[in-house]
Design a protein around this ligand. Structure first.
Ligand SMILES: *Cc1c(COP(=O)(O)O)cnc(C)c1O
Length: 356
């Protein structure tokens, strides 16, 4: 098989050994002569997978006592609703920071549930920066933000300081570097960026805070129900959870999130250095807010587009077309993408400079 350098934004690249083990489990899981896809989620073999996947999250992120880890379906987009339903009180108010498409989605859904104040936004400049210097109101139930903006290529470099509860959509940078979970009250993340295939969403929640909204929450959207049943309230997404487990095992083997953070920083600087050095390209967002996961850039002269597209396609690069709302290019350099692939992209950029 020809090696493809997969810069896809999501679903995206997974570690090769994870794909291999996952494919084996589809044929014959745990030597049961049955597929992982055809055994009961209540079987010992699968319960072990679920326990392991949940415990690995705790281990890898150093999750403190009092927090629960569960896997649900519905994607991060359902997380927008679940966050608000479980934390926005009757007659209360939530504060949101609007840093792009996904943050806007979270705001839209929360508004259907209660009062929402957008306290900061970078919409005025097509979400090309992370807002700073805003005031966080005191009378809020929680502050919500999106740590990495997958489409626009910006990332928060520090956690917003607030005395209220803090909720974060970490879909596209969870497990990319160490985080202090104790600063958060709810973290949620769709798996298909850094963790596994589409179909499961990770929730890390401070348990004692649940059940305090004064609202009756539909059973499937009530985090307490899922916690009480050890993430098996209904049939969980068994295959995605298994692949999440494999990815976390791979991450532990590699040295955990600290080592991952080091590798990701090197990948990001390799690519941004070329964007800044090469006179044919420029970055899209404020330098200080650049994402280490999604690198957005454009050609200074559109006349070079056909030639550049030819070059990267010839180098077996996949998935660097920019999102329609930004244009240009977006190279997603998630955990499983090796530095070697970034170097191949940098070579294609240098080749364009030489031959344009
Ligand atoms: C991809 C993404 C989402 C949407 O995830 P779904 O699982 O498709 O609902 C939400 N937030 C962020 C930050 C994302 O990157």
């Amino acid at each position: 098989m020809t090696k493809v350098h997969n810069f896809s934004a999501g679903p995206c690249i997974l570690a090769p050994q994870v794909i291999k083990k996952a494919s084996e489990a589809v044929i014959n899981f745990n030597n049961l002569n049955l597929s992982l896809l055809e055994i009961s989620h209540r079987s010992d073999d699968f319960v072990e997978v679920m326990d392991k996947a949940r415990n690995l999250v705790k281990k890898v992120l150093n999750v403190p006592e009092g927090y629960e880890v569960i896997y649900l379906g519905g994607g991060a987009s359902l997380g927008f609703t679940i966050a608000a339903l479980n934390f926005l009180k009757v007659g209360g108010k939530a504060a949101y920071i609007n840093t792009g498409t996904w943050a806007s989605g979270a705001i839209k859904e929360a508004k259907k549930i209660g009062a929402v104040e957008v306290i900061a936004s970078s919409e005025d400049k097509n979400f090309s920066y992370i807002p700073k210097g805003y005031t966080i109101p005191k009378d809020i139930d929680y502050l919500h933000y999106t740590s990495n903006n997958t489409i626009f290529g910006t990332q928060f470099k520090s956690i917003p300081k607030t005395d209220s509860l803090l909720i974060c959509d970490m879909s596209s940078d969870i497990f990319s570097k160490p985080i202090d979970v104790s600063k958060f009250d709810l973290i949620y993340a769709g798996a298909q960026k850094n963790l596994g295939p589409a179909g499961s969403t990770l929730y890390i929640v401070k348990k004692e805070l649940l059940g305090k909204t004064g609202n009756s929450i539909p059973s499937m959207l009530d985090l307490s129900n899922h916690i009480a049943k050890d993430s098996m309230y209904n049939t969980p997404p068994v295959f995605p959870v298994y692949v999440n487990m494999l990815t976390l095992e791979w991450l532990v083997e590699l040295g955990g999130v600290k080592e991952m953070g080091r590798i990701n920083a090197e990948k990001a600087s390799t690519l941004y250095n070329e964007i800044d050095r090469n006179p044919l390209f420029k970055g899209v967002v404020e330098k200080e807010d650049r994402s280490e996961m999604n690198v957005t850039f454009v050609l200074n002269n559109e006349a070079h587009k056909d030639r550049f597209d030819q070059l990267w396609k010839k180098a077996n690069i996949n998935g660097i077309e920019g999102h329609r709302s930004v244009g240009g290019y977006r190279a997603s350099i998630y955990n499983a993408l090796p530095l070697e692939s970034v170097k191949v992209l940098v070579e294609a950029m240098k080749e364009l400079e030489k031959t344009a």
